[in-house]
Design a protein around this ligand. Structure first.
Ligand SMILES: [Zn+2]
Ligand SMILES: [Zn+2]
Length: 124
């Protein structure tokens, strides 16, 4: 089992204001300001009042709290380990070979049948 920083078995994260535990699948609040609600490192709050408490310190001009739902343990584990990134398509050797052949075919001039060029002989 790999150790993932910030991963807890029993609860999702702690409220950034009062440090209360926010359970998996529990409702929580985030700040609407993008620098506050980054997916992995963003601030989370158990109550709107906790969100309220962070606003003066952050100097937000215009901000509000948005209600969210905590992920499941499995989802969060994936997020922390980076596995929720858009998966890069893995291709098999056969697929790559097929693609290479297709490209070679495409590079060839279109075959429209043999071209016959007639030249008159000016020998006589
Ligand atoms: Zn709180
Ligand atoms: Zn904020």
């Amino acid at each position: 089992m790999t150790e993932i920083a910030g991963f807890h078995e029993t609860f999702w994260r702690r409220c950034n204001s009062c440090k209360k535990e926010i359970p998996y699948l529990g409702a929580y609040w985030v700040c609407n300001v993008s620098t506050c609600n980054r997916k992995r490192t963003g601030l989370v709050f158990c109550e709107v009042s906790c969100w309220d408490a962070h606003v003066p310190g952050m100097n937000h001009r215009e901000s509000w709290a948005e209600e969210r739902k905590a992920p499941t343990r499995e989802e969060w584990e994936r997020t922390l380990s980076g596995e929720d990134k858009v998966p890069r398509k893995r291709r098999t050797k056969a697929e790559m070979e097929a693609e290479r052949k297709a490209q070679e075919e495409a590079a060839k001039p279109a075959s429209t049948g043999p071209k016959i060029i007639l030249r008159r002989s000016r020998a006589d």
